[in-house]
Design a protein. Structure first.
Length: 386
């Protein structure tokens, strides 16, 4: 198919001469008699390239280019300015006005061939620009679709993690989950057990993004029946290790902390594998509930030492993932356990949700103006003083 050109020149002689040359090269040529006519024809015909004279009445070549480039629909059309004015200042004016190329009107065969070559070059550039724009549109459409799918996936993932249950005894709970990306690799579960007890699991799958998010669903699916069966921390974590090993690809693993709490007395049994220590903070100071070394998902859990403790009146238990202490400030200084203890101690008398709000604020202030690079999962259990 012939390429469509628009020739804008106030000289009828030049329109006939250059137009016939272009027709001989196989182009489809439309003409306009001046800049104003050229704008009207450009809007009507949308040519693939415009050749414009420099000196024209009513609207000259530079003015025509400026008006053309000011129109978003016409801006992509390449413009080659033709003139008998060869001075550099005229070329500068034309190019600054928006012309894509500048060539003197041909006077002989070699100059005619140069004009044809410049037209071909500008059409190639325009084709590449159009191809790039089309691919960019395709990428934007694909990104919009992916963003929607990630948003829906995040909604599904958040649905896997329950809200804090209403108190049945003395203990009160609050939870927070902040993935570093649209999807995260942290997961928690809170299951009500017989005898006014709660089973609380917090797990952290290696990596970030879609892979870890999918594996977090696997962890939840395998862990929930083990917890619901009323098994202790050792059997739950050993069963989780055995269950997820067949689903975790090579190089993936997780850490986990599991506790069973008596909602009436605050007594708890706990165990963890490779997980950051849970923290208890109250009027009489703080203590840490340590995990055993190892990893879940690679067949390394043979036995579990675990332990027992009791949340006293006025104390709070925080179970979290390593995204909290590892949150870095702009100078690569970690938030660390000491800062967590300081925030917990300073807000010991606040409600559980308010305590987590203060932790989130402290982390945000610490990493500002950046963002935490890892998922942060928080479960806080409090035995209120009053």
């Amino acid at each position: 198919m012939a390429r469509r050109l628009l020739l804008v020149d106030d000289s009828s002689t030049m329109r006939r001469m250059i137009g016939s040359l272009l027709l001989g090269e196989g182009y489809e040529v439309s003409t306009a008699v001046d800049g104003m006519d050229g704008l009207a024809k450009a809007r009507e015909l949308t040519p693939e390239l415009i050749l414009s004279d420099y000196e024209m009445p009513e609207l000259d070549g530079p003015g025509f280019c400026q008006a053309l480039k000011a129109d978003a629909a016409l801006r992509p059309i390449p413009v080659v300015m033709l003139t008998t004015l060869g001075a550099s200042e005229h070329k500068v004016v034309g190019l600054d006005a928006g012309a894509d190329d500048y060539v003197e009107k041909p006077k002989g065969p070699s100059e005619i061939q140069e004009l044809f070559a410049r037209i071909r070059a500008q059409l190639r550039i325009a084709d590449l620009r159009n191809e790039l724009a089309e691919r960019n549109n395709q990428l934007e459409a694909a990104k919009a679709k992916l963003d929607l799918e990630l948003k829906l996936a995040r909604k599904v993932q958040r649905g896997l993690m329950p809200p804090a249950p209403k108190p049945r005894g003395a203990l009160q709970l609050a939870v927070r989950y902040h993935p570093a990306n649209e999807l995260g690799g942290d997961v928690y579960d809170i299951v009500r057990l017989e005898g006014h007890r709660l089973g609380i699991l917090v797990a952290d799958i290696s990596g970030h993004g879609v892979n870890s998010a999918l594996l977090s669903g696997v962890v939840k699916a395998i862990a929930t029946p083990l917890i619901s069966a009323g098994l202790g921390p050792g059997p739950v974590l050993a069963g989780l290790d055995a269950g997820v090993e067949q689903f975790f690809p090579e190089g993936f693993f997780c850490t986990a902390f599991y506790a069973i709490l008596d909602e009436s007395t605050g007594e708890l049994t706990y165990g963890g594998i490779g997980h950051p220590p849970a923290l208890i903070v109250g009027p009489n100071g703080s203590r840490q509930l340590e995990s055993d070394p190892g990893l879940i998902g690679v067949g390394m859990v043979d036995s579990l030492e675990g332990g027992t403790d009791r949340i006293q009146v006025g104390e709070s238990l925080l179970i979290y993932t390593d995204g909290l202490p590892d949150a870095m400030d702009p100078h690569d200084s970690a938030f660390n356990t000491d800062k967590i203890l300081e925030v917990l101690g300073r807000n010991a008398s606040a409600q559980p949700g308010e305590i987590l709000d203060q932790i989130e604020k402290s982390v945000a202030d610490h990493v500002a103006p950046g963002q935490p690079h890892d998922d942060i999962n928080l479960v806080l259990v409090q035995y209120p003083a009053g």
